[in-house]
Design a protein around this ligand. Sequence first.
Ligand SMILES: CC(C)(COP(=O)([O-])OP(=O)(O)OC[C@H]1O[C@@H](n2cnc3c(N)ncnc32)[C@H](O)[C@@H]1OP(=O)(O)O)[C@@H](O)C(=O)NCCC(=O)NCCSC(=O)/C=C/C[N+](C)(C)C
Length: 258
Amino acid sequence: MSPIDVKIEDGIATVSINRPERKNALSVAATNGLTDAWEQIETDESVRVTILTSADCGVFCAGLDLKEATQIARDEGVDILTKMRDPFHETMRACKKPIIAAMTGSLMAGGMMLTLNCDLRVGLKGTKVGITEVKIGRGSPWASPALTMLPQPILMEILLTGDLMPIERLHEYGFTNYIEDTPDAVRARAFDLAKRIASGAPLSVIAAKGGVRATMDLGCAGGLEEGKRLHQVVYASNDAIEGPRAFAEKRAPVWTGT
Ligand SMILES: CC(C)(COP(=O)([O-])OP(=O)(O)OC[C@H]1O[C@@H](n2cnc3c(N)ncnc32)[C@H](O)[C@@H]1OP(=O)(O)O)[C@@H](O)C(=O)NCCC(=O)NCCSC(=O)/C=C/C[N+](C)(C)C
């Protein structure tokens, strides 16, 4: 059974981590499978938006596969990260198309990192969230930049204690767009968001994401420059003519993504 499933339908890709027996932990095969998936999604022009989810088992993703890490260290004398093509998920972070996390369980460490690389997050009430590295002697260089969306005292509590927090508490600080009562409702909410995003003009959606990401990475001045560059492509596109024309003709626009 593949640790990562990819399904593409009506412009929406669903990427699913499929390792319930290990609480969807990130093995070498799972991490490399995710990298393959992000590369496929980036090059497949039919994909407008992606939902990242996982097999239902109470835990969305338990982070690094600690058992496989132990076995690799024992058998080969190297750290598991050296076996992963993209351990810090840079390929995912570089995805130009929007990604929605449908988090049908708790998330920790590398699992939380995956969802921080998503653009929208839908969580499950009653689940927990945390960066547990200090409890297992591992590092988390990726966590602080990704988590600066949270207020500094909360960020420090998460990183320094390694404790899991109720998702309801992080929802108050904007970690999630929605929190739902059941896994099915989480998936339904993510799918509804995906359908709404997929109905937008493709180049406008990509430019909107790119502008926000650039501002997060480069600050206001750099973000504005990159935003202008991205939007020049939008203004020069066929869809920039089609949108106003469809409005004037009182019909739904037909986007070509060109
Ligand atoms: C709270 C956890 C996730 C779930 O607790 P539980 O009581 O509901 O379930 P249980 O502990 O019995 O787990 C069921 C089986 O799953 C195995 N499992 C769970 N987590 C992992 C894991 N991370 N790696 C391998 N296997 C895992 C567990 O051993 C059970 O198997 P058996 O039935 O015994 O055969 C709880 O399990 C937990 O706290 N897990 C550890 C979470 C953790 O600390 N993760 C941090 C990893 S560090 C990291 O993610 C770094 C990432 C760096 N980078 C982004 C670069 C990749």
